[in-house]
Ligand binder design. Sequence first.
Ligand SMILES: *Cc1c(COP(=O)(O)O)cnc(C)c1O
Length: 244
Amino acid sequence: MMEKSLSNTQTSFSDIKESYEQICADIKKVMAEAGRTDEVKLMAVTKTVDTERVNYAIGLGVDLLGENRVQEFLDKREGYKPAEVHFIGGLQTNKVKYIIDKVTMIHSVDSVRLAQEISRRAAQHGKIMDILVEVNIGEEDTKGGISPQSVRELCSEVISLPNIRLRGLMTIPPPWCSEEIFAAMQKLFEDIKAHPLPNSSEDNFKFDTLSMGMSGDYATAIKYGSTIIRIGSGLFGYRKYTNN
Ligand SMILES: *Cc1c(COP(=O)(O)O)cnc(C)c1O
């Protein structure tokens, strides 16, 4: 898997540092403009990035990593400096067992079947797994996530599982989409937060996370309430790879 992806070895440490500082400054600026006094978390998305560069970013202050390929994560994780890790990529049910004890949140839950497997495996490790439901807010055929109309229903089903705690929603808006899409996502998130699901309790429902915004759209995402932005190329440089 790794050999199919040319890693971003051309990006210098000083470029990463400069990008990191720029993104942190942007976050502050957009938060102020939006009148937000809560917090936005910067996640470094590590796909195709070598551990040396990931560790450099951790040294700069990044403390949350986003992984989206199971095998690549398993290959690289031993080399990482301490950091929290979230799984953000499409996840097949038969791969859940490999990551369940190695991540603190799964952002990409888009079916009951996947949630059931996560709950089952979490139980085996005696843990409660934090998850986000992934929403296909642009209703694009090619994307993971469920349609906005089905979100409430899936959230209700997910919280009925014993070893899952629902923390919020995740989305990948269509490239170049209008701000209305971000606003719609924010509304969906705020509606569920304001009208908790039947049978929700402190144990299975802590709806505080909206994972939205990548290198190209994080400023807009923050404006519309994102609490985690997931940054890959904006930090580590452009990926050149052939298999995704
Ligand atoms: C790759 C990836 C990102 C980061 O994308 P960039 O545009 O490189 O910042 C964010 N979220 C997910 C789910 C990804 O797969």
